[in-house]
Ligand binder design. Structure first.
Ligand code: HEM
Length: 249
């Protein structure tokens, strides 16, 4: 019986090397960013000093650079990578998408969901939402790196804004030195910053919820379908009992 099953199994190469490296670097950098981000959110109750807060922000930004470069590469890879890594696959939400969701849900209810090599239709929605939230964090985070700690890529621009371009003030400017800034310009810059920090914080909570859902869905799907979903993100291959509906010729 065991042997018969083994004969019908097929191995499909899904995630290319770039996609797998992206995934795990992304996981590690997000863990670091969330850890430091939560410390920033709770700075007061943790008794973090103003200098300590600047240090936390600086560490957060350095991890953020690793996260940003990795995500930027993945965005490019979405145009160059294999079929399953492409944006045209991840964001394929045309009319046929609804049909695929229906088929998939009917299969789940009947205990035999259609096999997918790439993301099943619900996984596709999840991953698209994750990429959108990550991109929001990338953009808002880079702006905040400039407004809060005057770090690249926009730090020079914000430093000039808050000092009125005065060379002496620019030289004395640090995140905590309020003497170096022109009060009115600083207040204007903080007003400009406000929607970015609000968006960054809201996207953090949404991302946290999405990540928990993503991990839970992957574990449940793996337990039900046993297709090697998790190991596929390590070795690139899934093991399927039937021909996947999204197989590439
Ligand atoms: C998945 C990605 C990210 C997550 C989950 C995240 C999370 C957070 C959280 C929870 C905070 C505290 C918010 C607050 O204090 O109200 C924060 C603040 C901050 N983040 Fe991020 N972040 C991410 C990416 C980035 C990136 C890529 C950068 C820049 C390279 C960045 C730069 C900053 C800065 C400068 C702050 C300080 C703002 C402040 O607390 O006043 N973040 N982030």
């Amino acid at each position: 019986m065991e042997e018969k099953n083994t004969q019908t199994l097929r191995e499909v190469t899904v995630w290319d090397r770039s996609t797998r490296w992206f995934h795990w670097i992304n996981v590690l950098s997000i863990i670091g960013l969330m850890f430091v981000g939560i410390a920033l959110l709770n700075g007061k109750s943790l008794g973090v000093s103003p200098e300590g807060k600047v240090l936390l922000k600086t560490v957060h930004v350095y991890i953020g650079y690793a996260f940003a470069l990795n995500l930027a590469w993945r965005i490019v890879w979405g145009f160059l990578g294999n079929h399953y890594a492409r944006w045209t696959t991840t964001f394929a939400f045309g009319r046929r998408y609804i049909l695929r969701v229906r088929d998939y849900l009917a299969g789940v209810r009947g205990g035999r969901p259609p096999a997918y090599a790439g993301h099943n239709p619900l996984g596709q929605l999840m991953v698209a939402a994750l990429f959108i939230l990550l991109s929001v964090q990338l953009v808002t985070g880079l702006v905040l790196a400039g407004t809060d700690v005057y770090m690249p890529p926009f730090g020079g621009y914000f430093a000039e804004w808050v000092t009125g371009g005065d060379a002496e003030r620019m030289a004395a400017l640090t995140p905590l030195n309020k003497e170096a800034v022109v009060a009115g310009a600083y207040a204007e810059m903080r007003e400009f910053r406000s929607p970015f920090i609000e968006t960054h914080e809201a996207a953090f909570y949404l991302l946290l919820a999405a990540i928990l859902l993503h991990v839970a869905a992957v574990v449940v799907t793996e337990l039900r379908e046993r297709s090697g979903l998790i190991s596929a993100m390590i070795n690139g291959r899934k093991v399927l009992a039937e021909r996947p509906v999204d197989e590439r010729a």
